[in-house]
Design a protein around this ligand. Sequence first.
Ligand SMILES: [Cu+2]
Length: 233
Amino acid sequence: MRKNVTIAVLVGFGLGMWFLASGPATGAAGGTITGVVKFAGDPPAPKVIPPTKDAQVCGKAPIYDESLVVDKASKGVQWAVVSVEGAKGKGDGKGATLDQQGCAFRPHVLVTPPGKVAVLNSDGILHNFHSHGKKNPALNQAQPGFRKKMEVEFKQAEIFKVTCDAHPWMTGWFVVSENPYVAVTDQKGGFKIEDVPPGTYSLEIWHETLGPTKQQVTVKAGETVTVAFELKK
Ligand SMILES: [Cu+2]
């Protein structure tokens, strides 16, 4: 009798483990959201900004105004931020790295979890990192040419502008996000967000000069859902 009970318990345990292993809602069973963000209208011509200072470094390659970058052929909008609102999940918590190269912030739009961000100075000239957050106290920190790397910290989730007090044309954006399901569009306006837990979410777009917009998206385990956005001025 005792033996039978033991076997029944073992079989029950085994079945339970099998259910756990094969059931949904594990991290690996997420879905993918992919798509493109396009501009509704004629793509504006790229604008070159003439550097008014440090021409020997800042004038090596053309500096473009990146406040609205639209691909001529596809009308894809670069530097749009796509976020899956309400999706719960933890990223690796690793802070991003910003570079100051060619007297421009690289990347122009930086996504990072709350915490530390490395700021590089590849140019080897004086830059002055200046953040313009509301929830995060403003930072205003000189970075001389010999200081190749410094660290800054932002604890609150927020999107804010960064500028350089030494070079007035330098502009970038920080997207501090607790949610790891955030992407920035590429040169053709494309984006891809992977391993999203199954569910229905609001997919939201932020862009520095175009209006915000959103749409509902349903993510299914192991599947890819494709969405399209069109942004107006
Ligand atoms: Cu600078």
